[in-house]
Design a protein around this ligand. Structure first.
Ligand SMILES: *[C@@H]1O[C@H](CO)[C@@H](O)[C@H](O)[C@H]1NC(C)=O
Ligand SMILES: *[C@@H]1O[C@H](CO)[C@@H](O)[C@H](O)[C@H]1NC(C)=O
Ligand SMILES: *[C@@H]1O[C@H](CO)[C@@H](O)[C@H](O)[C@H]1NC(C)=O
Ligand SMILES: *[C@@H]1O[C@H](CO)[C@@H](O)[C@H](O)[C@H]1NC(C)=O
Ligand SMILES: *[C@@H]1O[C@H](CO)[C@@H](O)[C@H](O)[C@H]1NC(C)=O
Length: 441
């Protein structure tokens, strides 16, 4: 298969893709697509949003699964979903579960169109059977509930008191006060436009403290509500609202001198490391992992990975359905099999695609100058930043989740014992009172 815009690709690039490489595995983290506003809570993916996540899933299919692709993952099943090759997980919230589902529908579409042979089975009495919806493939998706220790990996900033405190302290910073002062009139000017459609909005809500909510209300209404007065908001003002929201959200999810604001990204880093490590440990058996999560984790990761210094664009919120990918690969047309010299032959690179429009692009991370690094370098760089164990998260967060009790440090013997028992089953149902942090999705 040829790249879509073959003619616009410089010759050098064509030559360099000829020196092929082998991809062994990838981990993708995706934001949800278009959704209803989060002002009222319980936001849901819209049909447009599902379409976006589906499109992104199809595009990753083109990259990692299709046999003509230069980036096809070695040995991956092109058409038929094989459970041992794929891992997918999302928090047990409708919008993120649906995000992952739509992505997976694009990754492994119904079989009837791909391979009619395997789409149907012949029974012993000679009749044929085919799965519903043209051979729809049921890709397994792990829903992680709030009271499972695994909840920390994708949304490690939820129910984390240290994060909440650090994040809120942005409101005490000089820069917050400056912006708040400077934008009072600007925000007040949107009250009429919004109060018309948002019944519980008060004049005092119209400040920089609600930068994201105000941007979100205007943005969502402009996309979906044909009678809303927000349609009168100019593109210029919308951009200003967005830029202010960018700065407020980044402020709450990153501060060089306050690591607790990036706990969500530290936990996600641990999850990515574990998935890629599993690919290595299984010598390429696990091939592709998907997590669906939130923009706050993206922003915190941009800070943690040194991307904010690399490119100002990383100061902005990633668009709906944005994805980041970690690829494990071998240079040269090496391998029919998994490399045995891990350090020499395995490399990792990081890629980002902004929403559905942009290209998937590689960026150097961790302040390195190269676009990729050796596996061992990756393990040590990620290791420095990642939370790799639930007990660690509980301690860093000062968390009071039930599952943290199993990791509490009551002296050496007790904690060693607790660690082992905590790894296994989950504790009782959570007694109603999960601190409900702002859901930043
Ligand atoms: C063949 O077997 C299946 C399963 O028992 C049944 O549903 C189907 O009606 C049978 N077909 C014929 C032609 O007997
Ligand atoms: C970043 O953290 C430092 C140290 O806690 C604090 O003094 C500063 O105000 C914070 N900056 C912002 C923008 O939150
Ligand atoms: C759309 O806007 C109108 C006018 O502002 C408002 O009355 C209505 O509630 C809005 N609809 C939705 C779904 O928000
Ligand atoms: C990586 O895999 C090895 C072998 O299974 C295991 O011993 C190690 O703990 C894993 N490391 C991480 C960070 O998951
Ligand atoms: C993604 O797109 C948004 C809006 O289009 C922009 O504000 C942001 O800076 C972009 N991020 C990156 C990393 O390109």
């Amino acid at each position: 298969m040829y790249p879509k815009s073959l003619t616009s690709i410089p010759l050098g690039l064509l030559i360099s893709t000829a020196a092929a490489e082998t991809i062994h595995g990838a981990v993708v983290f995706s934001r949800h697509g278009d959704r209803t506003t989060k002002w009222y809570g319980s936001q849901t993916l819209t049909s447009l949003g599902a379409e976006q996540n589906f499109q992104i899933g199809s595009d990753y299919r083109s990259r990692y699964l299709e046999s003509g692709s230069d980036f096809q993952i070695r040995g991956i099943s092109e058409h038929e979903y094989k459970p041992s090759q794929i891992f997918a997980s999302a928090p047990d919230q409708g919008i993120l579960m649906n995000t992952a589902t739509a992505f997976l529908q694009g990754l492994y579409p119904p079989l009837a169109d791909l391979d009619p042979e395997i789409a149907s089975q012949t029974l012993n009495n000679g009749s044929k059977s085919r799965a519903p919806l043209d051979g729809y493939q049921y890709v397994r998706l792990h829903a992680v509930s709030d009271n499972s220790p695994d909840t920390i990996w994708i949304k490690g900033d939820d129910s984390c008191p240290e994060y909440a405190t650090a994040s809120k302290s942005f409101l005490d910073s000089d820069i917050f006060h400056e912006r708040d002062e400077a934008t009072r009139d600007f925000y007040a000017s949107f009250y009429d436009v919004l109060s018309d459609g948002v019944y519980n909005l008060k004049p005092e809500d119209m400040t920089y403290e609600n930068a994201y909510s105000i941007f979100d209300l205007v943005n969502v209404a402009r996309i979906h509500n044909s009678t809303s007065a927000t349609r009168r908001v100019s593109d210029e003002d919308l951009l200003q609202l967005r830029t202010l929201a960018d700065s407020a959200e980044l402020g709450q999810n990153w501060n060089d001198s306050q690591p607790a604001r990036a706990i969500g990204a530290e936990a996600l880093s641990g999850a990515v490391l574990a998935q890629l490590n599993e690919t290595v440990a299984s010598r390429g058996e696990l091939k592709f992992s998907l997590f669906a999560g939130s923009y706050d984790t993206f922003l915190a990761f941009f800070g943690l990975a040194g991307l904010l210094e690399l490119d100002d664009n990383f100061h902005g919120l990633p668009d709906y359905a944005s994805t980041m990918a970690f690829e494990l690969f071998t240079e040269g047309d090496a391998a029919d099999e998994f490399p045995s010299n891990l350090d020499e032959d395995l490399r990792v690179r990081w890629l980002f695609r902004n929403g559905t429009f942009g290209e998937l692009e590689t960026f150097p991370i961790f302040g390195l100058s190269e676009d990729s690094m050796s596996w061992s370098k990756f393990v040590s760089e990620m290791g420095e930043r990642a939370i790799t164990d639930v007990g660690d998260w509980c301690t860093k967060c000062g968390a009071t989740e039930d599952f943290c009790a199993a990791y509490a440090d009551d002296g050496d013997d007790a904690s060693a014992e607790a660690e082992t028992s905590g790894k296994g089953g989950m504790s009782n149902t959570v007694a109603g009172a999960i601190a409900c942090d702002r859901l930043t999705i």
